[in-house]
Ligand binder design. Structure first.
Ligand SMILES: [Zn+2]
Length: 352
């Protein structure tokens, strides 16, 4: 391209030479020389401004075109020959070309977890992340499972060969309740300021299960704890019902039946009316009209005491439930194993 203005022609030559050496060709469009030309326009005699401006625009358009050409060539590079080892001594311009990676996307469980947490934030809860390796005390002791307690056998856990300071093997947590003692202790000052403890704890948990469409060795749970003066089971039910109605965006009924957990007293199994069939019965609820969703109860006085909270003054509730379960029902997903499978066909359905 010919530039009638000498300065523009000189800059064009410099920039085109520089372009060859740039790894990121688009950088050329930010060159100081180009900006300097633009800033010259107001200093020129009025009669020259239009043609000078037009010349710079031509130069910019030419550079943009060159950048685009380079990008097209880069995309058309052949795949890497993996049988030819990469040699660090080869000059940079002779290196094999890398194909563009496909953009990643957010895992559907994480997208849903964000929306779950958003509902709890709006209800005044704060979130604390769980950990993926914990000790025997937080898995059992702090939750009122003393040594030798038979309920310890209900949790078929994975353990490390290494041991902690007490000689106990470390545990891949089987539930997010391992965080209860820490969260209660950390947030206890709020009680002293007259504010409740209100926290949700999302986390990855692990169980040594036989795998099938409803059981996976690795899944996510959401734990919740709420402690204040005068808290009772009615608050627990109202909290969970409010959350579920917001999550599924419909009116739901709930029911509970007595259950046993060492760390809550009383303990309940919590079920909600099937959001799909309105209790008429469908394959999602196994034609019962109800879906058992999670375990919950009033925090056992021993658990409060171990966190330094006086159970004579304060009471609280806790719950823990699988996040996959919520999401499977929302999107009618038939097999829990899809989540950890890494199958792109599954994941792409959530990133249309
Ligand atoms: Zn149903």
């Amino acid at each position: 391209m010919d530039y009638s203005n000498e300065r523009i022609a000189a800059v064009a030559k410099t920039l085109k030479e520089r372009l060859e050496g740039l790894a990121d060709k688009a950088e050329i469009l930010k060159a100081v020389e180009l900006r300097a030309l633009y800033s010259e326009i107001p200093t020129l005699p009025a009669a020259e401004r239009a043609s000078f401006g037009k010349g710079i625009n031509m130069l910019k358009a030419e550079l943009e075109q060159l950048v685009a050409q380079h990008q097209e060539q880069a995309e058309a590079l052949p795949p890497i020959d993996v049988t030819a080892p990469f040699d660090g001594n080869v000059p940079a311009d002779k290196h094999p070309g890398l194909l563009n990676a496909m953009n990643g996307s957010k895992h559907p469980l994480m997208t849903e977890l964000d929306s779950v947490l958003d509902i709890f934030y709006r209800m005044g809860f704060t979130a604390v992340e769980s950990r993926q390796l914990d000790d025997d005390y937080h898995m059992f002791g702090a939750l009122n499972f003393p040594e030798g307690h038979p309920a310890r056998d209900d949790y078929d856990t994975f353990m490390t060969e290494e041991t902690d300071a007490n000689g106990k093997q470390l545990i891949a947590p089987a539930h997010t309740s391992t965080m209860q003692n820490r969260v209660l202790q950390a947030l206890k000052p709020q009680l002293e300021q007259g504010k409740p403890i209100a926290a949700v704890i999302p986390g990855r948990v692990f169980r040594n299960e036989d795998l099938d469409a409803r059981h996976e060795h690795t899944f996510y749970q959401l734990e919740g704890v709420y402690v204040d003066k005068g808290v009772h089971a009615g608050h627990l039910m109202a909290t969970l019902k409010t959350f579920l109605q917001e999550y599924y965006q419909k009116e739901l009924e709930i029911k509970t039946q007595p259950f046993y957990f060492p760390f809550t007293e009383p303990s309940f199994e919590f079920a909600l009316s099937c959001p799909f069939c309105e209790k008429k019965g469908c394959n999602i609820c196994g034609y019962s009209g109800w879906i058992e969703l999670l375990g919950c109860g009033m925090i056992h006085p021993n658990v409060l005491t171990m966190a330094g909270i006086d159970p004579e003054v304060y009471t609280g509730f806790a719950w823990g439930g699988g996040i996959e379960r919520l999401v499977m029902m929302k999107y009618d997903i038939e097999d829990v194993r899809h989540f950890e499978s890494g199958k792109l066909d599954f994941l792409r359905q959530f990133n249309a």
